[in-house]
Unconditional design. Sequence first.
Length: 247
Amino acid sequence: MAGHSKWANIQHRKGRVDAQRGKMWSKLSKAIIVAAKSGGGDPDANIRLRKAIDDAKSLSMPKDNIQRAIKRGTGEIAGGEVEELLYEGYGPGGVAVMCEVMTDNRNRTTPELRSLFGKFGGNIGNSGCVSYLFDRKGLFVFDAKSVDEENVTEIALENGGEDVEASDDGKIQVTTDPENYQSLLDAFHAAEMEPEIASISQIAQTMVEIDGSVAKSVLKLLEALDDHDDVQNVSTNLDITDDMFED
């Protein structure tokens, strides 16, 4: 059944990754540090660390950088004082916005993010103000032209997938519980199916539609937040469409 694109939260910023590789390495280093700090430095025993390392390798992050980040997380070398924070708020038009943050100085990060929200017509809210509108899920996105939907569905259902959906933009989207993310990704790889997107994301339960300049203002806020060095992921319940990118 066709539906809204669940990957709209991450789709709009794909094209900007290469131009910001150095910044992405910094963000990925923090993700590795936090993963190693919480679950140890062995990626075979720490699924979260394994994903962070895979993400880093996909952006050609040097091996030495990866190993240094792991050691910072495990305390073998200094520099692992990074904490996870979740900021919730509202963008223009009242759309919900969530920012997953990793920072070594929340006293710097909080006012900077508050300023960004305000600059683009939004505001940071209290904890829990919008998180109830989202579910944290493993998300896989395939091009419907390159895979067979029945095969995707079979593998997903056999390996902990919760939902398979064909969207209006020619994509096949699979969601799963975050705990099943790695095993399902391994199953897709074993079947020689390479998702365009493989991510653990905050996915909105329902989307909201906003027209015109207000929607474009929301996109500017999302991009500004995503550009911040401490922001790992940005999620919204805005139904992002192609015409929002037109001048």
